[in-house]
Design a protein around this ligand. Sequence first.
Ligand code: ARG
Length: 269
Amino acid sequence: MPLRASARHYLMCRPTYFAVEYAINPWMDPTAPVDADLAVRQWAALRRTYLDLGHTVDLIDPLPGLPDMVFAANGATVVDGRVLAVEFRDPQRADEAPAYAGWFARAGFEVHEAKLVNEGEGDILLAGDHILAGTGFRTTHAAHARVQEVFGRPVVTLHLVDPRFYHLDTALCVLGGEAGVAYLPEAFSPGSRAVLRRLFPDAVLADPRDAAVLGLNAVCDGARVVLPAQATRLSAALRERGYETIGVDLSELRKAGGGPKCCTLEVRR
Ligand code: ARG
């Protein structure tokens, strides 16, 4: 089965107010310097990359006082034109939830309230007929049942065990084609590893050194994978499997624990 790219629709948020002001994951050090202008330029290059690939990018207005709002993946989950709103674990990000829900409501989407803590596409990823749902750090296990109810698709719970890989999208990337996904086995509980082996016997397994630069925080359109430029082994492994890879540098956003996928929310009409 040849790999086939398809035009995607993404929602992004310019990192106008980006900063590392608190620490809610091990990547964040509020005492370390961050180059805010460079963060904006790196983000703009990511957006340009999507446009050059033929994708549509909508923008949501950033809000002052919400330095992590650039991580649009955490703003919602959108499948079949239906939107599940989010509820953040940490109070520092709480006000992002109504901002994203409001954007979708104004755009005419049916928005379902979160009811339980779920951090959107950070932990909830559509992979073929299944929805893969992470838990252990942010999204609660109970929220997975809500995801299944709202979308009417089978939800597979995956337990994350390494605090560096606190969202599912830092430990696993959905790909098109036979591989289905790329992931870091060490980031999952033994049972979840067994589930992933069973569902995706041909998956691309990531090297821990690539995961450590957030290499798995990547965006695939079916044939082309946009990933952190530093993830050189993963890029080579993907090319070997027929994918085109496009490296981007998001060094400043990584200081908050985010990469390309975190900045990108897929809007599925
Ligand atoms: N600082 C943010 C947080 O800890 C980073 C979010 C990254 N987003 C993602 N989808 N992994 O919540």
